[in-house]
Design a protein around this ligand. Sequence first.
Ligand code: AMP
Length: 111
Amino acid sequence: MAHDCLFCKIIAGDIPSNKAAETDKILAFHDIAPQAPVHVLVIAKRHTPSVSETPDNAIFADLMGGARDVAKQLNLEDYRIILNNGAEAGQSVFHMHAHILAGRPLLWPPG
Ligand code: AMP
């Protein structure tokens, strides 16, 4: 748990979330400002600020495997998984997370 980390507070239950799934390793919840009909965030329970600052690879398996499992539970067939690394890439919460977007055609390349 990191002080002043929004997503750590969500994990702790201090800030409410609309939960989609939970395991001992990850929590998935619906984004508060959805960018698609389905927009779920998957976070590891272990705090790590960003992709580039992650100390070991196991957390990526937890996150990506978790995202795949959540997509399956939500019966998603076509979806996009996004990890923004750094402010210029769009990261605003510095607790590493994967976005799952689905439910509409997704443009490529992204803006
Ligand atoms: P990023 O910009 O990649 O760091 O993604 C952070 C995401 O967290 C954004 O899509 C926000 O809409 C979302 N977000 C911020 N606060 C909350 C919250 N309290 N509950 C759910 N999603 C949130």
